[in-house]
Design a protein around this ligand. Sequence first.
Ligand SMILES: [Zn+2]
Length: 411
Amino acid sequence: MELQAPLLPTLRRALLATIHGYYLEALAWLPKDKLRGSHQYLYSLLHAGHCYGPLDPVSNIIVNTLWHAQAYPLTLEKKIEIEAISTRALLRIALRSLYGLISFLCTRHPALTPGEAMQRLQLARAYLQNADDRDHDGGVEEAYAAAANAARHPKPLEQAHFLGPSNSMLKGFSDLLEHNKPSNVRPLFPGYFQALANCKPPQEIKNTNVLGPWAYNDAMRMIGNFWNQHNSAVGMAKSAIEMYNMKSQVQPSYEVHVVCGVNESVGGHANPTKPFDGTCCCSHINFLATRTAAAGTSPELFFAECSNIGSKEVLLCCPVAMPLPGTEQVRCLYCESRGRTIVHPTKESFLGRDKEFEKMLCGERQRANNEMISDSYYITLGLDNLEEDRIYGDYSCDSGLQEDVPLPEIN
Ligand SMILES: [Zn+2]
């Protein structure tokens, strides 16, 4: 039975929340030094680390990321050290993964509509192997090619071949995962990809752009915006974990692994006397943090609420559980309406929780729940030109160049 149209945004929202949780788990598995430094795992995760494949969704994200980073390393002239993953870029790869999952199922099962594929995925918690009930490998590589195209993978045919049944390495991982805990198998992944790198030389990717003055200035403006937001988010996350370390007196103390979600528009305008100053009162932040001196511990997820003004006081910092696949998340008026996927605490009070929701449902805020869900849906449609995309490029200016040259997409 085809799904009624109004239910689709709700189903899509639930699936995106589940997939987002898989990305948080995968980020916790990837080593901090390689996420940030010249290995640029973050770049590969955001552009090619989709959650579909023959393994469980978290393992798929990890192997897709490692494979892309090893086979197509991005070589930049400039050095970048990224400590905060862009929230919208993370939402974009989750959304592209969802498109890939739907396309895979509709290719393997031609009678299936996209709505029915989404229902199957919801029941299977976005775990492709459980949603695809065909027990033979015929047409699997074609289905992965359809998935990779729908998901805008930069190397769709190569990814389809990598994920297809002829890859004995993934078959081996799949067998291991069937009989062992993922926490015992996933640490083996990097070693295999390193061995692969020794057999097959990587195909380095450069992203060098010569632009006219207008386009160059625009690119520089976007890059400047990215770093302003990045540095502000990292500063707040570091202050938040320092405060948490002091308050809870944990030994050894926590250190930020990576910032993985920011909404800087929480609460009303910080200064109502300045209507053109768009600064809001607070930010909501998710970050992963590790007790670094404790061997063998994996990063844990934290939530922080910080003031955007003055000394950027930390109002709340607490650990939150990794979201369980298929479960409803604690809702936040401000994060949902901005389309930001941020995990909020279940017990602690924060701006945008109970009172704000009550006001909205009583009509004081003149926004209905369905309206908010559809707003967050429309935000997911405008994710093609992000500041994040400009970070991974080298730029130079040629004043004689025609100005209407479009800025190239690199993903
Ligand atoms: Zn929030």
